[in-house]
Design a protein around this ligand. Structure first.
Ligand SMILES: *Cc1c(COP(=O)(O)O)cnc(C)c1O
Length: 432
């Protein structure tokens, strides 16, 4: 199958002379699957259209935000009418109060929330807050967890960093990561050991309650509960990074789905409805440490931007309507189970993980429960799968270590077409 990628290729050539690597975020460059990235012209529902006129069923969904697909008319209308009233004021608006109240009502552990402009900013601010509140410096994170690109969190991070093979970023002074302790995901004994060793100097434990940035890895039974117990016993702030899972795996996020409450929660992606937004929130006692009510400084010119807030409010309203999460669960299962089954019957070696509408098919025989088991995947096979699917009009993440996201706009026919293409690809994989 030969698609024409001529215009994408010429744009990428030009972009590489103007933008580092030709992209504004590394994973977009297709480095871990090889080949050249496609440039997108537009999106509608479950579909994206590139600049050469090729069409794709999109399972990246802008890395999570597009839970209602591309250009949903209700979200477009909300943004348009907000824009007509002015883009930004640098002063408070009523809509910010509306969204804050919706988040507080939705997310079980959140009493107060601060809006920011990205997930990175939310996490960076939550870490500062945890350190300011506890007057301790050390943080614990998990191997393969990605929490944005801020300095102290770029030690053994996952996502783009993992597949580019850079355990740490250049330009991060070692003394900014010395206080970051990294532990294998799902290993509660290793957490206990680290906490015993550093008892009174650990400010927080941060994790993705369902990992999404080493591919999808669910928490083992008891893992989240164990962390909650360790944090409570040792006065450590437990932070759930729900930038992906918030409003994705349940309306109240992973904390609602698994019934374990963190002290602080970071959010992003879905709450901006496709516009740049992040948020961090949690227990009132801790949140009151944030300036201007408290001593932990954090600010933002475009924080609570009216367009992003309008998109967020409309998205949350739509998510609250009955049946949305059942539909996402069903469609997520149809895709993930279907892919795993297609791989199995073609004799391909693969192992699927899924929580709700986020899933990953790992090209490995092993159960994937942490970063090192994820890394047993055959990334060359993934790259083959990725390109053969792309040629057939199905856009999966250009890396093995990412999630496939399903939106409400992915139809049963979209998913059946995807599975039929995948069966084809697994058959050719066997022959190649
Ligand atoms: C995407 C992501 C971030 C960073 O959010 P940005 O908006 O890209 O800065 C942080 N944490 C998790 C879990 C993410 O998936």
């Amino acid at each position: 199958m030969q698609l024409d990628f001529e215009r994408s290729q010429s744009l990428f050539n030009k972009a590489q002379t103007l933008i580092p690597g030709g992209v504004n975020s590394p994973v977009r460059a297709f480095k871990s699957v090889g080949g050249q990235p496609v440039f997108i012209n537009s999106g509608q529902g479950s579909r994206m259209f590139d600049v050469d006129g090729n069409s794709y069923v999109d399972y990246v969904c802008s890395w999570g935000p597009l839970i209602f697909g591309h250009a949903h008319p209700r979200i477009v209308a909300a943004i348009t009418s907000a824009a007509e009233k002015g883009m930004t004021f640098g002063a408070s608006t009523e809509a910010e109060v509306v969204l804050a109240e919706m988040i507080v009502q939705a997310v079980p552990s959140v009493d107060m929330v601060r809006l920011v402009s990205s997930g990175t900013e939310a996490v960076m601010s939550a870490i500062r807050l945890a350190r300011g509140y506890t007057r301790r410096d050390k943080i614990i994170k998990f191997e393969g967890g990605y929490h944005g690109h801020s300095d102290s969190l770029l030690s053994k991070a996952g996502s783009g960093v993992a597949t580019l093979g850079m355990p740490d970023s250049a330009g991060v002074p070692p003394n900014l990561t010395v206080d970051t302790i990294t532990i294998p995901y799902n290993n509660i004994e290793a957490v206990r050991a680290a906490v015993a060793l550093h008892s009174k100097s650990i400010a927080c434990i941060i994790l993705e309650p369902v990992a999404g940035n080493m591919g999808v890895v669910p928490p083992k039974a008891g893992f989240l509960e164990g962390l909650r117990e360790i944090c409570s016993e040792n006065e450590i702030v437990l932070i759930f990074d729900e930038v992906i899972t918030g409003f994705r795996v349940a309306y109240g996020g992973a904390q609602e789905r698994f019934g374990v409450l963190p002290d602080l929660t970071t959010m992003g992606k879905i709450i901006g409805g496709g516009l740049p937004m992040g948020a961090y929130g949690g227990r009132r006692e801790i949140m009151e440490f944030v300036a201007p009510s408290g001593p932990v400084y954090q600010a933002g010119t475009l924080s609570g931007n009216p367009l992003a807030v309008a998109a967020g409010i409309e998205t949350l309203r739509m998510l609250k309507e009955p049946g949305v999460y059942d539909e996402l669960e069903e469609k997520g299962a149809a895709l993930a189970d279907g892919l795993a089954e297609a791989a199995r019957s073609a004799g391909a070696t693969a192992h699927g993980n899924r929580v709700s509408s986020m899933s990953t098919l790992f090209f490995t025989a092993e159960e994937v429960f942490n970063y090192s088991s994820a890394k047993t995947s055959d990334t060359a096979q993934y790259a083959y799968f990725f390109h053969r699917m792309l040629e057939r009009g199905f856009y999966f993440a250009p890396s093995q270590f990412e999630a496939a996201f399903v939106s409400t706009t992915h139809s049963a026919a979209d998913i059946e077409a995807t599975l039929s293409a995948a069966r084809d690809v697994f058959e050719t994989m066997k022959k190649s």
